[in-house]
Design a protein around this ligand. Structure first.
Ligand code: DON
Length: 306
């Protein structure tokens, strides 16, 4: 490969060739994810003008999982306004695991929209006549960001819903605390559908590039308002990597979001959207080779914003 294509493609191929041994396990609490091929490896970089550079298993589809959370948060803010959303969900890093069953003891709200509690609350704030209409609007937004229509991996959805007790517990807790309107079962079903949207690294890199461009697609559509976009990137920077957010911000230094299927998306504002896919996860539920790839890119390219 090396020497035959553009320097960027040479570079990202080199990254995959030299990333080294993998560690960790694929997520097992969602049965269908446990069946994923653990050795898949892919990377994509999307520039703001719509160019996407890819290497590895770049056309393999996997579910977006928690990488959906920042986009749904954006839609909730667009629908309700930031003040209303802030009345339901805080923006403080939790230092806890993504599925921690807790609310802030002082405010009684989920600590941020990147952990499951806050993401379930964000999902419920998206407008829609019913649960399915909410999911349709979410899918429509994701498709505009990815530049192609996206669909739901029904097998992963069914599988995750069959084991969704913990998220159900979170939704009932939110309702008791007064931060969730609507039926918790419907909301968790919709949230689980949101997490089961099927994407490739190309899609995620392109979605990240829209965030990098202040919410504007390469065709010039302002899909996310620039103020909302800034709110989303800020929350990704402080909370996107859960209880390793501090490590991430110091060692890589850009807003990012991981998903339990092995996707990891990073945003270098004004420059590029980057996505990697490698299903084995570290102890925080983040792709372990994905984190290493971003650390290496930071060393080579100086991604760090600080
Ligand atoms: O709600 C869940 O547990 C999953 N649908 C998403 C979790 C996730 O992706 C955590 N991130 N690394």
């Amino acid at each position: 490969m090396i020497g035959m294509q553009t320097p960027i493609i040479d570079y990202i191929n080199l990254l995959l060739e030299t990333v080294g041994e993998d560690s960790g396990e694929v997520a097992s609490y969602i049965p269908e994810l446990a069946r994923a091929d653990p050795d898949r490896l892919a990377i994509a970089m999307a520039t703001l003008d719509g160019e996407v550079y890819v290497a590895g298993d770049c056309d393999v589809e996997f579910t977006i999982q928690s990488i959906s959370k920042p986009f749904t948060y954006a839609l909730a803010i667009a629908d309700q306004g930031l003040d209303v959303v802030l009345k339901h969900i805080d923006v403080e890093p939790s230092g806890d695991a993504f599925n921690e069953i807790s609310l802030d003891p002082v405010t009684g709200k989920p600590r941020n929209p990147m952990i499951n509690a806050g993401a379930i609350a964000s999902h419920a704030l998206v407008r829609g006549d019913d649960a399915e209409a909410r999911v349709e609007r979410i899918l429509e937004l994701y498709g505009r960001l990815a530049g192609r229509p996206l669909t739901i991996a029904e097998d992963v959805f069914e599988s995750e819903l069959s084991e969704a007790d913990r998220n159900m517990a979170l939704a009932y807790m939110l309702r008791t605390a007064g931060t969730l309107d609507g039926d918790p079962t419907d909301v968790v079903r919709g949230y689980t559908r949101q997490c089961s949207v099927s994407v490739t690294v190309r899609d995620l890199a392109r979605m990240a590039s829209v965030l990098a461009a202040g919410g504007r697609t390469p065709n010039g559509d302002q899909v996310i308002d620039s103020d909302v976009n800034r709110q989303v990137l800020s929350v990704m920077a402080t909370c996107g990597m859960y209880d390793s957010a501090g490590d991430w911000l110091t060692s890589v230094g850009i807003p990012a979001k991981s998903g339990v299927a092995g996707g990891l998306m990073g945003v270098l504002p004004g420059q590029v959207g980057i996505a990697v896919f490698s299903p084995r996860l570290d102890a925080h539920g983040n792709s372990s080779r994905g984190v290493r790839l971003f650390e290496r890119m930071n060393r080579d390219l100086g991604l760090h914003l600080m």
